[in-house]
Ligand binder design. Structure first.
Ligand code: FAD
Length: 256
């Protein structure tokens, strides 16, 4: 357990019967870059069960925040979803991941395309004022099946623009585009279809993707990642990594 610290649950919020978020204390020595993930551990029958989780909190915040699925009969989340204030969790000391701005070449607009819990790393990024310095605009898209799965919608649209330190830059630079696929809503459809048909750009009034100006981060389901990669590669975008920066970077929201 030397790679883990024990932390205490401070709050739990259930969004739906398949989605919840929680905050916990943060070890003083725990540093991470916006967009990274770490391991969360739970002790089950004297054994440690570990899963990868994106950090949803900003890297300057006092506590850590995570957004989690509830998988029915999932070995980890069938337990994690019952967390209560005061319970203990283990947090990995070594955050990592590809969704970091240094893995992207310089550009004008940063697109953060997410489905489901793939929103989590982008919550960290949209609160990081240093990232706004690098781009003219940041566009965050979040696609879910149902409207009530658009976690943090009110936070992003109502609270963040009023934030005492970053509210002004959020109002000036952040564009949020939620879409749902399975019920009526102001924006409907899979993000890859909206990209392919060009409707995304028409609706937002923004020029279509070009590898010259646009940088993209993707975090979502295996299907979304497969289709988006195909589309971007077809437009001449190059995938970046921790060793070579590119036009776009990808992280799985889960292993399908
Ligand atoms: C890099 C990385 C970052 C991750 N970040 C997060 C995160 O921030 N939040 C989070 O909830 N999960 C995240 N995951 C997934 C997480 O590690 C576990 O899979 C999840 O906690 C479920 O664990 P489980 O043991 O209950 O079910 P598992 O046995 O791990 O999964 C069972 C099945 O449930 C489905 N599933 C698992 N996770 C998800 C999900 N997030 N959304 C939709 N379906 C899913 C898949 O079909 C999977 O095969 C991440 C995974 C990776 C690889």
């Amino acid at each position: 357990m030397s790679n883990l610290t024990q932390q205490t649950i401070l709050s739990v919020h259930h969004w739906t019967n398949t989605l919840f978020s929680f905050t916990c204390t943060r070890d003083l020595g725990f540093r991470f870059e916006s967009g990274q993930f770490t391991m969360i551990g739970l002790e089950v029958n004297n054994k440690l069960l570990l899963r990868a989780y994106s950090l949803a909190s900003a890297n300057y915040e006092e506590n850590l925040e995570f957004l989690s699925v509830k998988v029915q009969d999932g070995p980890f989340t069938s337990r994690l979803q019952h967390l209560k204030i005061g319970d203990k969790v283990y947090i990995g000391k070594k955050p990592t991941g590809t969704l970091v701005v240094d893995n992207l070449l310089p550009g004008k607009t940063l697109w953060l395309l997410s489905t489901g819990t793939g929103l989590a790393p982008f919550l960290s990024i949209i609160k990081d004022w240093e990232i706004y310095d690098r781009y003219d605009k940041i566009v965050l898209t979040h696609t879910c099946r149902f409207v009530n799965e658009l976690a943090y919608k009110e936070y992003i649209t109502l609270h963040l623009p009023m934030h005492e330190h970053i509210g002004e830059i959020i109002r000036e630079k952040l564009i949020y585009f939620p879409t749902v696929t399975r019920e009526p809503f102001q924006n409907r459809g899979r993000i890859t279809e909206l990209m392919e048909t060009g409707r995304l750009f028409t609706l937002l009034g923004i020029a279509p993707f070009s590898s010259e100006n646009n940088r993209i981060m993707l975090c979502g389901s295996p299907n979304m990642l497969r289709d988006a990669r195909k589309l971007l590669n077809g437009l001449g975008f190059l995938e970046g990594s921790n060793s070579v920066p590119g036009h776009y970077v990808v992280e799985k929201a889960f292993v399908g």
